[in-house]
Design a protein around this ligand. Structure first.
Ligand SMILES: [Zn+2]
Length: 124
């Protein structure tokens, strides 16, 4: 369990860490106002995903900057540019958040180095 109760958040950023397979999610959560908090983090490490062209599973190195708001309950006004994630039961479940971030990354288009052509292969 990797859970932070919303009411424990403060205007001082709270550090968090979540791990899943070979990937690491590090960052901070800070209370912004009322029922809104902001999460800033980075996802590093690697995941194994199938190539969209040849379907062969390959290692994808992760280097993602993640930033979004967390809302404890319903948000009536959205004057923010960032995405808002509504949390359940007034707790922030970091493992679940990380899982959905990884699913989001996996849903992007990816192809392995063999399918990417010769220009990228020279970098390996
Ligand atoms: Zn491929």
């Amino acid at each position: 369990m990797n859970i932070i109760p919303f009411k424990h958040l403060d205007s001082v950023p709270m550090a968090f860490e979540a791990k899943r397979e070979g990937a690491l999610f590090l960052g901070t959560i800070v209370h912004k106002k009322h029922n809104i908090a902001q999460l800033n983090g980075t996802i590093t490490g690697n995941i194994f995903i199938p190539c969209d062209i040849c379907a062969e599973v390959f290692e994808k190195i992760l280097e993602e900057e993640v930033s979004f708001f967390l809302a404890d309950g319903i948000v009536h006004e959205n004057d923010n540019e960032l995405e808002i994630v509504e949390i359940e039961n007034s707790v922030i479940d970091l493992d679940e958040l990380f899982c959905s971030e990884l699913e989001l990354i996996k849903s992007d288009y990816f192809c392995c180095s063999k399918c990417e052509g010769t220009t990228l292969e020279q970098e390996f």
